[in-house]
Design a protein around this ligand. Structure first.
Ligand SMILES: *[C@@H]1O[C@H](CO)[C@@H](O)[C@H](O)[C@H]1NC(C)=O
Ligand SMILES: *[C@@H]1O[C@H](CO)[C@@H](O)[C@H](O)[C@H]1NC(C)=O
Ligand SMILES: [Ca+2]
Length: 321
């Protein structure tokens, strides 16, 4: 009796184990030990300042003007997936550090560029972890900031605005210089993009944002890149896990996604695209002048009123005498 029960449990455990391993796509994942028998990483290429050690993959070190990236060599054929990345951003800077890193699901791989170490006018999805605020004017959020951008090759990432007028959504996230592990999850399922973080040492996912109506083709590549400029940080990747998600709800829909253009239904309403900070201060001056004119006007009316009232009083007094 007991032994058969144990056997059953054992079989279940084996099967469950096998099932979870089936979801995890080894060819899109990157875990310790990173290197195989040689010095190269199976399934991944790297470029720029990237250094592979036994405990982390450092895209940039805490030095100025570094840029590095890793790119998966196998295109992703799954339509629905979840990417989980353990990362670590740390450095000596207390108030000044940067610039940040980006996670990619992109058509073109291994191309250096200005978007956190990778090419601009890209095709695909970028999840950007921006640690430095380039925007001098009023900001509607603090940094570090996590945002998503979908591009069909026509949009450029505007660093001067921290990408805010091309982002789909974003959230503030304090992931820098902490003593515990930090994780990010990007879930893409049935055209819904959900980004979550585990950065509070709570061992649980916290939603960052969800966007519907995101169309991404299959056959693109996962990558991670980072860059430093005048400011710097260590940008480390500890692990990458890619889970293929069950596609049961869209079984009947067999749309071929291999040749579609990346597209997003809704962009976040962009902040006013103005040159800061003059236009806003001009507005302030205008408002001030307007109020001054108003106050003077009211004052004049009161004075005239008082004069008229006094004249009226004099007249009535004269009449009485
Ligand atoms: C590319 O995206 C832009 C902006 O979202 C859009 O106006 C344009 O029609 C798109 N082009 C293609 C070929 O999908
Ligand atoms: C993180 O959580 C673990 C387990 O709860 C705890 O032991 C550790 O001290 C925490 N670390 C920090 C830096 O708060
Ligand atoms: Ca920035």
């Amino acid at each position: 009796m007991d032994s058969s029960y144990l056997l059953l449990m054992f079989l279940c455990m084996v099967k469950c184990e096998w099932n979870t391993n089936d979801y995890l796509k080894r060819e899109h994942s990157l875990m310790k030990p990173y290197t195989g028998s040689g010095l190269s990483m199976p399934f991944w290429d790297f470029l720029g300042s990237t250094v592979v050690t036994s405990n982390y993959i450092r895209l940039t070190s805490d030095l100025q003007s570094k840029s590095g990236a890793i790119w998966n060599i196998v295109p992703c054929k799954s339509r629905n997936w979840e990417l989980q990345v353990q990362f670590k951003v740390h450095g000596h800077g207390k108030d000044l550090f940067g610039d940040g890193l980006a996670l990619w699901y992109a058509r073109d791989r291994m191309i250096k560029g200005p978007v956190f170490g990778s090419k601009d006018y890209f095709h695909g999805l970028a999840i950007i972890l921006d640690t430095y605020s380039n925007h001098n004017g009023p900001h509607n959020h603090a940094h570090p900031y996590i945002s998503a951008m979908v591009n069909n090759g026509t949009l450029y990432y505007d660093h001067d605005r921290d990408g805010t007028h091309t982002q789909l959504a974003g959230c503030e996230a304090r992931f820098r210089n902490v003593d515990y592990d930090t994780y990010l999850a990007v879930r893409y399922e049935n055209d819904k993009l959900t980004v979550s973080t585990d950065i509070d040492n709570k061992s649980g996912w916290k939603p960052c944002f969800t966007v519907d109506g995101v169309r991404l083709p299959t056959g693109y590549y996962f990558g991670m890149s980072a860059t430093t400029g005048d400011l710097s940080d260590n940008h480390d990747i500890i692990s990458v896990k890619l889970y293929e998600l069950d596609d049961s709800s869209t079984d009947s829909v067999t749309e071929d996604r291999s040749n579609i253009q990346p597209a997003a239904q809704s962009f976040e309403p962009p902040r006013e695209h103005v040159d800061d900070p003059k236009p806003s201060s001009m507005g302030g001056v205008k408002l001030f002048l307007l109020m001054l004119v108003g106050v003077l006007g009211v004052f004049a009316i009161i004075v005239v009123g008082i004069i008229l009232y006094q004249k009226q009083q004099e007249k009535s007094r004269k009449r009485f005498y």
